[in-house]
Design a protein around this ligand. Structure first.
Ligand code: SAM
Length: 304
């Protein structure tokens, strides 16, 4: 058994601003293979360093879990860009009963504190950020996961355009599993790999898509899991990496889809109208047919 960790790091805080201790266990759900902050024994850690996420409910959940994991007097360092929750960090920590030392550097707010003997409001913040079943979505979801509280209009457009698919396929960047759910309505589908970088999304998808044809993978879809000779790929590819727009990420998804399809296999893709995907689709697939358009989104079908 591996020894219990003494420190943890959530995400990738810039080391020059908030160096995590050597040996700190990674607890970000966005880094495949990481431990879960939820599973760390309460009051067990000496220090936690948090690159705090931008969503308010998600951030308070992570800060509360970090404080719960710390031993009384344990050190918490939390930082975030000013305009992405950083300006609220200090106030949020004070509301948990922390005394906060706050500094600013390179557009980041950096808060340092120690776990108080009796922090306030941790359970409520943890409760607010937990996975839950949403009656309006009809799905398991969790604050912080893509489109966690409303269906993405691009995904809805893709679902409306999709014909019944057949054979073996993949849903790259599956999120809560909304596309997979639609794909598996076709009895001709024999196998479907759901892949996402976000552990929380994969956990929700597992609950949302209870189907023996489905396999679940907490992986970076650009590199894994091993897939080949597929009949189809569906996706609403991400175009943000660490909060910044990154067209290369969507283009890499298209390259990966091409690589895992058999000759004659088909890619169904939805993307924001402004994203430059025609070039890479044309280079790899020859021609991509525009199958639907609306609300700022475009749906393509591309055959290998
Ligand atoms: C635009 S969302 C689509 C989610 C879902 N398919 C839907 O239609 O609601 C893109 C998804 O890709 C995931 N993602 C981002 N980067 C990824 C990567 N490198 N590998 C796998 N999934 C990734 C995100 O976590 C997110 O769930």
């Amino acid at each position: 058994m591996s020894p219990s960790p003494v420190s943890a790091v959530y995400g990738l805080p810039p080391p020059e601003l908030a160096p995590a201790p050597a040996g700190a266990v990674q607890v970000s759900p966005l880094i495949p293979g990481s431990a879960a902050l939820e599973d760390i024994a309460p009051a067990s850690l000496e220090s936690v360093t948090v690159a705090a996420p931008p969503g308010t409910i998600e951030r308070r959940y992570v800060l509360a879990l970090a404080l719960r994991a710390l031993a009384p007097g344990g050190r918490l360092t939390a930082l975030a860009p000013k305009e992405k929750g950083g300006s609220r960090l200090g106030k949020e920590l004070k509301a948990f009963g922390c005394e906060v030392h706050e500094t600013g550097q390179r557009h980041q707010r950096i808060c340092q504190t120690r776990r108080p003997d009796a922090p306030a409001g941790l359970e409520a913040a943890i409760e607010a950020g937990r996975p839950r079943f949403s009656e309006s979505l009809g799905l398991w979801t969790q604050p912080g996961v893509f489109s966690w509280d409303r269906p993405d209009p691009g995904s809805v457009l893709l679902i409306q355009a999709l014909p019944p698919l057949a054979g073996r396929g993949a849903d790259l960047g599956c999120g809560l599993g909304i596309l997979s759910h639609a794909v598996l309505a076709s009895p001709q589908v024999t196998e479907l790999a759901l892949v996402d970088l976000d552990r929380r999304a994969v956990d929700c998808a597992r609950r949302n898509v209870q189907d023996s044809r489905a396999g679940f993978h907490w992986r970076d879809a650009r590199t894994g899991p091993e897939l080949a000779g597929l009949d189809f790929v569906v996706m609403n590819p991400p175009f943000h990496d660490a909060g910044a727009e990154d067209k290369a990420l969507g283009q890499a998804f298209i390259r990966r889809a091409h690589a895992v399809l058999r000759k004659g296999g088909v890619l169904w893709l939805v993307a924001n109208r402004h994203l430059p995907y025609e070039g890479v689709l044309g280079d790899l697939f020859g021609k991509a047919a525009l199958k639907a358009e609306g609300g700022g989104f475009k749906v393509y079908e591309a055959r290998k």
